[in-house]
Design a protein around this ligand. Structure first.
Ligand code: AMP
Ligand code: MG
Length: 312
């Protein structure tokens, strides 16, 4: 287990998946978006923990990738949902930024394109699933089709229960294909969103992030929270549960997601694949070549190597 539970020191006091996972009777109404559940420590301790976990996450992903090169089919998919400014993009940059870029596939889902609109809503989602060995990140996802689509009344009728079942089936198939799904909802307070939107309007380098329609969504805050509650009630399954993460404090949301990913990958337990060649025979061949070079140059191989390093 990656998690060191520090009951008497700073750090996680509880495994975050235990404390953040949606359980029976979960009520978004009483949810404190500024809390830091399970973690004993403030911003500085949190950021230090993220840096340590980042190295671990990178190593686990590399192992998963190595495993896939040897024929493994496993991958991880992080599904991020949350209102505008809740920090979904920051998770991609700051958390997945600690992993080899070749090992990460980030995809964001906006208003469907005309082509996407001609297909079932899961069409664009299936095409974006991560390849073996990768960590995929969905910045928004198929859940927009039971959130914004529902709140804005973008389809006729009342297909929500049917869609929840469809989504559950889709996620089950995804898991059967070897992709472990980690679902995180980043929850902020309306006041925190107001402050973040104001910041976007104050700073020219943040204008590009501002969208006048953000204020429209904000006006329907209660409708969104109702739609989120229904999503949590209907689509949190034992194999793909929702984690609802207080996100008023960016450091906490980033730490929680990092730890959830590390714990998920640790449980998957990827291992370095065995060599597809005879290690001692290859070492002997290489040893012979090094000895030949040393004879020719009249100096020991070790000093040659050091010399080359210095030159880089
Ligand atoms: P952003 O994440 O800020 O780039 O904004 C993307 C926008 O696309 C958000 O307003 C989403 O609600 C919207 N969006 C994402 N998926 C859908 C969908 N299936 N139907 C309608 N709007 C969507
Ligand atoms: Mg936006």
């Amino acid at each position: 287990m990656a998690l060191r539970i520090g009951r008497h020191g700073k750090g996680w006091q509880v495994r975050p998946s235990d404390i953040l996972r949606v359980g029976p009777g979960f009520d978004l109404g009483g949810f404190d978006t500024s809390a830091t559940p399970g973690f004993d420590g403030g911003k500085a301790a949190g950021e230090a923990a993220i840096a340590t976990l980042g190295a671990r996450l990178a190593e686990l992903q590399e192992k998963l990738y190595a495993e896939s090169r040897a024929g493994g089919s496993r991958a991880v998919l992080l599904v991020l949902q949350g209102m505008d400014t809740s920090g979904k993009g920051g998770i991609s940059r700051h958390v997945l930024g600690m992993v080899d870029p070749q090992g990460v596939q980030v995809r964001s889902f906006g208003v469907p394109t005309p082509e996407e609109r001609r297909h079932h809503y899961l069409w664009r989602i299936r095409r974006a699933l991560p390849r073996a060995g990768r960590i995929g990140v969905f910045d928004r996802s198929h859940y927009e089709d039971v959130l914004v689509v529902r709140v804005e009344g973008l389809v006729d009728g009342d297909p929500w229960l049917e869609r929840y079942r469809e989504i559950e089936r889709f996620e089950r198939q995804t898991e059967e294909a070897g992709i472990t799904v980690v679902k995180c909802a980043l929850m902020i307070s309306p006041d925190e969103q107001l402050a973040r939107l104001a910041e976007r309007l104050e700073r020219p380098e943040k204008f590009w992030k501002y969208n006048p329609s953000d204020l429209d969504a904000r006006e329907r805050w209660d409708d969104y929270m109702h739609a989120y509650q229904d999503v949590f009630d209907h689509t949190s399954t034992p194999s793909a549960p929702w984690h609802v993460i207080p996100a008023d404090r960016k450091w906490y949301a980033r730490l929680a997601v990092t730890q959830l990913l590390v714990d998920t990958l640790t449980d998957m337990n990827p291992s370095w694949p065995p060599p597809g060649f005879d290690v001692s025979a290859e070492r002997a061949r290489l040893g012979a070549l090094l000895a030949e070079r040393a004879d020719a140059d009249g100096e020991p191989p070790a000093s040659r190597r050091k010399g080359r390093r210095k030159g880089r």
